[in-house]
Design a protein around this ligand. Structure first.
Ligand code: BGC
Length: 855
C-alpha cells in the first residue's frame, strides 16, 4: 500500500486502535523535521520545512540550493495579496514539493513592536490588518498547492533576547486588536492547517502550555480544527502542553514526550490517555490532509531537488521589484538613464556582499544570487558605461565567510572536511582514521543534525582548504563556534577559540563571540587554512561547563584583508568625484538582523553614515540604496537626493534593484513599517527589553504609526509611504450606508485613482478608519482597515477602486465584556496613498451597535 493511501483512512477507527505507546510517539516529532510513522496502522510520517522566505529542506549544513524570496516585510510592502497568493502557490508550495516537505513552517505573523527585534524582517508589518491580509493570502497560496501552512509564532513573540522565557505582559485589548489579529484574519480567510506556538510566556504562562490561547481562543472562539505544534525546543514539560492543547512537540530530539516522561505523567494522573489520543488525533488529521493535498510527496523518494524555470526566475524578480520602496526622489534624479551616463561609481559594503535574507531559521542556501553590483553592472554594460567600485566603509558584523576564496587541492571552491569518531563516546581523543570525508562549499557550517552515521557522541571535524591573494596583505580571520575550534594557517595557530571561550549569540545562542586573528598573506602564494573543531563547548569565565553540543554544533570561518578605514573612505570619495552618478548600496545583513538576538541600535553599521555624507558632499548626484528587513535611522536623509529601500530580496536582489534604478520597473512598494527619526521615538522605547524576565507592552494599542500620530511625532518615513516615477490623484470618495444583519456589517467605499504623470505606474489606496468618540475609551486616531492596489495604470488613465469594510473595520475589543464591540455612531474614513498623506475624508453611520465573538 502506498503511504498516501492514508488519505482514505478512517481516523476515528485508527485512534481507537492506537496503543498508548503509539499515541505518545505520535505527539512528538522524529528527528528535526518529521512526524512519527506507525507502519502497523499505515500511518506515514510527514516532513515539515522552514519557512518563511523559501524552503530550506532538511539541512542547515550543505543544504539543497533553493529559491530565497523577499523578507516578509518586503512582501508586506507590496500591499498585494493577489501577488503574495501567487508567491505562496508557485514559489512556496511548489518549492516544498521539490524539498519533499508536506508542511511549511510559515508564515511568521508577529508584530514589529520595535524595529530592533531580531526577527522583525520575518513578519509582514507593524500593522495587524496588513499583516493578517497578507498572511491569509500567503496561506491560501500555499494550501491551494496541497501543502500545509504553519502560521507562527502564536503569540506575542516580538523580540529575540531571552526568547524562551520572557513574559509578554499584554492588555487583553492590545492582545486582541494587535497581536492576535494577524492570526485571526488568517484563520478567517485562509484556515491554516497548523499553528506553531511561540517560545515566550504570554501574561504569565508559556504559549505552548497556555489554555487561554490554545483552547479558549484558538479552538473554541475561532473554531480552529487543525494541529498545534511547538516551536523547536519550545515545549517545556509534558502535562502543561498536553492539557492546554499542544498537539505536537517539535523536534523529536531531546524531547519531553518520551515513553518514560509521558508515562510518569500518566501515572501521576497529570494527563490522561484520552487527552493524549485527542492530541494524536489532531496529528493524524494533519497527516491525512498531507496525504490528500500532495500524495506524491508521501509516495516519492524523499530526495530534495532544485529546479527553477525561467518563469520562476521572472516571478521572483518581479516580486522583489514590487516590494522596493522609492523613499525619496528629489528633482526626479531617478530613474537613471544609462544612455546619459559615462561613469558610474558603485560604493558601499553591501554592493558586492551576499545579502539575501535575515538570519536564523529563515536563512537558506540560494541556488543563485545577483549582487547589487552585478545587477547594476549588467544594465550598464549594454551601454558601455564605465563602472567603478569601492567599499568605502565596512558594513558587516562578522567577517564575511570565505567559501568563494578558499579552494580545494583539486581546484574546487570550498574545502574538505573529515569527521573523526573519538576513542569512546565520552573521550576527548579523536581517532586519526576519519569515518567520513566530505567536500564542503560553505565556511559557516551549522552542522546541526548532519553528522555521519555511526559517529561517537563526541566527535571532531577537521576542515582544510587553500587561500591565495593577489597582493600581499595582512588578513584578519574570524572564528565563531558552538563547540570549540582552532584555526591554523600554514601550520601556525592563528585563532584559539578552544582553550578559553567567550559565550556569544552565534548559532541560535549556543555559540561564542567571533574571535579574530591576523596573518600575513603573501601575494600569489598558496596558504593552507585548517580548522579543527570539537563538538564540546569549552570553558568560559562564569561558565566552566564543557557542554556537549548534541543539537546545534557549528563553526564559522570568516575573513577579510585588514583595511585602513581612512584609506577606504578616501578611495570611495575619489571615485565619487569623477562619476556622473554615485550609487551607494549600504545596510544590514543576516548577522545584524537574525533570530536569536535583537539589534542594539537602529543606526547603520560602522562608518556608513559618515560615508554617505562624504559621498553626497563630493557628488550631489548620489543615489542611496538601503538593505534591511526593518527600520534603520538615516541621519543624512536631508542631504541625499534619492533613496531606495530594498529590504532583503533573495536570489534576484541586484537585478530587481537595477530594474527600479533604471526605470524598467516603476516602484510601487509602500513601507510596511514606520521609519523613525530616532530610536527614542519608537513606541516601545524604554520597555522593549525585559525587566526581571518581563516585558510590559506599555504602548498598548499605539503600535507603529498609531503611536506617531497619537503623540504627534513626525517619523522619518511614515507607514504606507512610497513614491513612484509617475504621479496620481485621488478623488470621488463615496461610502455606502452600512448594512447590519446577523452580527455582520457590510459597507463599501469607492474612490477614483488617476495617473496624472507620464509613465505607467501602480498605486496603493489605503483606507483608515476612526472609531466614534462616543465611548469612554481611547482609540488610535487612524487604523488601516482596507487597501487596494491599482496596477499598471497608463498615463491619463483612471480607475475606480472599491474598498470593502466589514465588522472588523468598526470593532474594538471590549475588555470588561470579553467580546468584540461595535458602537453606534459616526465613523471617520480617511483615504490616501500613505498614512501621512490622507487626501480624502468622509464618514458613515452605524445606527445600531452590536457585539460579537468568533471570527
Ligand atoms: C524558529 C522557528 C522555526 C524552527 C525550525 C525555531 O528556532 O523559531 O520559526 O520554524 O526553529 O527551524
Amino acid at each position: 500500500m502506498p503511504p498516501s493511501d492514508f488519505k482514505n483512512a478512517n481516523i476515528d477507527e485508527i485512534v481507537e486502535k492506537l496503543t498508548t505507546e503509539e499515541a505518545i510517539n505520535l505527539i512528538a516529532g522524529v528527528g528535526f523535521w518529521h512526524t512519527h510513522k506507525v507502519e502497523r496502522l499505515g500511518i506515514p510520517a510527514v516532513k515539515v520545512s522552514d519557512g518563511p522566505n523559501g524552503i530550506r529542506g532538511n539541512h542547515f549544513f550543505m543544504g539543497t540550493p533553493a529559491k530565497c524570496l523577499p523578507s516578509a516585510t518586503a512582501l508586506g510592502a507590496t500591499f498585494d495579496p493577489e501577488l503574495v497568493k501567487t508567491v505562496g502557490l508557485k514559489l512556496i508550495a511548489e518549492e516544498a514539493k521539490l524539498r519533499a516537505a508536506s508542511i511549511v513552517l510559515a508564515p511568521t505573523c508577529n508584530i514589529q513592536r520595535n524595529p530592533l527585534g531580531g526577527r522583525s524582517f520575518e513578519s509582514f508589518s507593524e500593522d495587524p490588518f496588513l499583516s493578517g491580509i497578507i498572511a491569509a493570502a500567503y496561506v491560501n497560496g500555499v494550501q491551494s498547492g496541497g501543502i500545509g501552512s504553519t502560521i507562527k509564532h502564536f503569540a506575542a513573540n516580538d523580540k529575540e533576547n531571552e526568547r524562551f522565557g520572557y513574559d509578554s505582559i499584554v492588555s487583553p485589548r492590545a492582545l486582541r486588536e494587535i497581536y492576535l489579529m494577524p492570526f485571526m484574519l488568517a484563520q478567517k480567510y485562509a484556515n491554516p492547517w497548523a499553528y506553531m506556538t511561540a517560545y515566550n510566556k504570554l501574561n504569565g504562562l508559556h504559549c505552548s502550555e497556555n489554555p487561554t490561547l490554545l483552547r479558549d481562543i484558538l479552538r473554541k472562539e475561532w473554531k480552529f480544527d487543525g494541529m498545534v505544534m511547538s516551536d523547536w525546543f519550545g515545549t517545556y514539560d509534558v502535562a502543561g502542553g498536553v492539557n492546554a492543547g499542544l498537539d505536537l512537540e517539535m523536534p523529536g530530539t531531546n524531547k519531553w514526550r518520551t515513553l518514560e516522561y509521558a508515562g510518569r505523567s500518566l501515572q501521576a494522573k497529570k494527563i490522561t490517555v484520552r487527552t493524549i489520543k485527542e492530541r494524536a488525533k489532531n496529528v493524524l488529521n494533519l497527516v491525512q490532509k498531507c496525504a490528500q493535498g500532495a500524495p506524491e510527496i508521501l509516495d516519492g523518494d524523499g530526495e530534495e531537488r532544485t529546479l527553477e524555470s525561467e518563469e520562476d526566475k521572472e516571478l521572483m524578480r518581479k516580486v522583489a521589484a514590487e516590494s522596493i520602496v522609492l523613499m525619496k526622489n528629489t528633482n526626479n534624479l531617478l530613474p537613471l538613464n544609462p544612455k546619459s551616463l559615462k561613469k558610474v561609481a558603485i560604493v558601499g559594503g553591501n554592493a558586492k556582499a551576499f545579502v539575501v535574507s535575515g538570519g536564523g531559521s529563515a536563512a537558506l542556501k540560494t541556488s543563485y544570487f545577483v549582487s547589487p553590483f552585478q545587477g547594476i553592472s549588467d544594465v550598464l554594460a549594454g551601454d558601455n558605461v564605465e563602472v567603478t567600485y569601492a567599499e568605502g566603509a565596512r558594513t558587516f558584523m562578522n567577517l564575511p565567510t570565505l567559501e568563494n576564496e578558499l579552494y580545494t587541492a583539486d581546484g574546487r571552491k570550498g574545502w574538505i572536511g573529515t569527521w573523526h569518531s573519538h576513542t569512546s563516546d565520552d573521550s576527548m581523543e579523536p581517532i586519526e582514521e576519519p569515518i567520513a570525508d566530505r567536500y564542503i562549499d560553505e565556511t559557516r557550517m551549522f552542522i546541526s543534525t548532519s553528522t555521519p552515521p555511526g559517529i561517537t557522541k563526541r566527535w571532531t571535524l577537521r576542515v582544510k582548504g587553500f587561500l591565495k591573494v593577489e597582493r600581499s596583505t595582512k588578513f584578519e580571520f574570524g572564528l565563531t563556534t558552538a563547540g570549540r575550534a582552532k584555526l591554523y594557517v600554514d601550520g601556525n595557530l592563528v585563532i584559539d577559540n578552544w582553550t578559553r571561550q567567550r559565550r556569544g549569540d552565534s548559532f541560535f545562542g549556543t555559540g561564542t563571540v567571533e574571535e579574530t586573528g591576523v596573518y600575513d598573506l603573501v601575494g600569489g602564494k598558496e596558504h593552507e587554512v585548517y580548522v579543527e573543531y570539537l563538538n564540546v563547548r569549552g570553558p568560559a569565565d562564569g561558565d566552566e561547563d564543557e557542554q556537549l553540543m548534541d543539537s546545534n554544533p557549528g563553526v564559522r570561518l570568516g575573513g577579510a584583508p585588514v583595511q585602513d578605514p581612512e584609506e577606504a573612505m578616501a578611495e570611495a570619495v575619489a571615485l565619487a568625484k569623477g562619476a556622473d552618478v554615485v550609487i551607494a548600496v549600504v545596510g544590514l545583513n543576516a548577522d545584524w538582523e537574525t533570530e536569536g538576538y535583537d539589534r542594539t541600535t537602529l543606526a547603520l553599521p560602522g562608518r556608513t553614515d559618515e560615508l554617505i555624507s562624504k559621498l553626497v558632499q563630493t557628488n550631489p548626484k548620489t543615489v542611496v540604496v538601503t538593505q534591511s528587513g526593518s527600520a534603520i535611522t538615516l541621519p543624512w536623509i536631508d542631504e541625499v537626493p534619492a533613496l531606495v529601500h530594498a529590504w532583503y530580496l533573495g536570489n534576484p536582489t541586484g537585478a530587481s534593484i537595477a530594474d527600479v534604478l533604471f526605470g524598467k520597473h516603476n516602484p510601487s512598494g509602500k513601507l510596511s513599517l514606520t521609519f523613525p527619526k530616532r530610536e527614542e521615538d519608537v513606541p516601545s522605547f524604554g520597555h522593549f527589553h525585559t525587566e526581571a524576565g518581563r516585558i510590559r507592552y506599555a504602548e498598548d494599542l499605539y503600535v507603529g504609526y498609531k503611536h506617531y500620530q497619537h503623540r504627534n511625532i513626525t517619523p522619518l518615513f511614515a507607514f504606507g509611504h512610497g513614491l513612484s516615477y509617475t504621479t496620481f490623484s485621488l478623488s470621488n470618495l463615496n461610502i455606502s450606508k452600512p448594512t447590519v444583519a446577523d452580527g455582520e456589517l457590510s459597507a463599501t467605499a469607492t474612490v477614483t485613482v488617476k495617473n496624472t504623470g507620464n509613465v505607467v505606474g501602480s498605486q496603493v489606496v489605503q483606507l483608515y478608519v476612526t472609531l466614534p468618540k462616543t465611548s469612554l475609551l481611547t482609540h488610535p486616531e487612524l487604523q488601516l482597515k482596507a487597501f487596494g492596489k491599482v496596477k499598471d495604470l497608463a498615463p491619463g488613465q483612471e480607475q475606480e477602486v472599491t474598498l470593502r469594510l466589514d465588522k472588523y473595520a468598526v470593532s474594538y475589543w471590549g475588555e470588561t465584556l470579553d467580546t468584540w464591540v461595535v458602537e453606534r455612531g459616526s465613523y471617520g474614513v480617511s483615504v490616501g496613498f500613505a498614512s501621512d498623506a490622507i487626501a480624502l475624508r468622509g464618514t458613515f453611520e452605524v445606527e445600531k451597535g452590536f457585539e460579537w465573538n468568533g471570527l
